[in-house]
Design a protein around this ligand. Sequence first.
Ligand SMILES: *Cc1c(COP(=O)(O)O)cnc(C)c1O
Length: 343
Amino acid sequence: MRRIEADSRRSADTHLHAIPLPAAWGIDVYLKDESTHRTGSLKHRLARSLFLFGLVNGWIREGTTVVEASSGSTAVSEAYFARLIGVPFVAVMTRGTSREKIALIESYGGRCHFVDTAGEVYGEAARLAEACGGHYLDQFTYAERATDWRGNNNIAETIFAQLEVERHPVPRWIVVGAGTGGTSTTIGRYVRYRQFATRLAVVDPENSAFYPSWASGQAVDGGASRIEGIGRPRVEPSFNPAIVDRMMRVPDGGSVAAMRDLKARFGFDAGPSTGTNLWGVWQLVAEMLAAGESGSIVTLMCDGGARYANSYADDAWLAENRLDPTEHTATLDEFFGTGRWAG
Ligand SMILES: *Cc1c(COP(=O)(O)O)cnc(C)c1O
């Protein structure tokens, strides 16, 4: 506990960047930059919470092997915290996980254990932990309860504190994607608890189970997501649909177009799930403009673009994966030129 507390005291909060929009619009958009955590993504917060939860529950003790099922970013952050407190760490991932992420996990002393399909990671992680008397962190189940929704410097509390002296300190919307669903659940609960008028919008990529399940009110299965970090083939236990005010399905090409546009137009180099967030944000801005409303919107920069130099930032990779941002780039150009959303 002391080592994690000391690490957190040595660390600074992440920036809340203001994105400059035309003054005549009267709308402020903010980007909470989670890429600047030591392990490069918003999963740094989750990993810290999951280790603290495991320690206070007596599930992690000296020498406990810690195991996780992860598509990559969570395991990178967890490997960091495992090394910090001196316990062994094993990440169960599919063979397709990017080389960059595997190298990061190994650089923190973590071991990678591969399975063939995404559906196998949960069972294999539980089996491995059981076999060695270790602890399965299980991000998809515990993300929502390991984070203290009342505060304790969770992501919602810090966003509202950073907005306090802005001209629109209570945002109309906070826009996030869902992987575990932990971030949206924490923000939704905090907004209700503190009685803010802010509404929560969740953006979801093609194929994901979250959107159709939210829209129909019953659990519907989806498929594999092409946007790393968000969208799941099943509705994860940490996702709470009841506190989501609006969900928006985002075309994968739109996520890539908005990610690239953010870099070209505003100079922020982000990953694809940040593009998904912005595709939703720009539509909400257009709606506010059409309704003659002013106010603010907050979203997250979930991670940085460097991890995706050989994928989403690479035209050949995009073509191979049949991701075409062209038509969506035109939608964004029209939006920034006119304030209207044609997509
Ligand atoms: C995990 C993740 C998300 C979604 O956050 P959750 O709290 O798990 O829903 C978004 N973007 C990236 C890059 C992620 O790794």
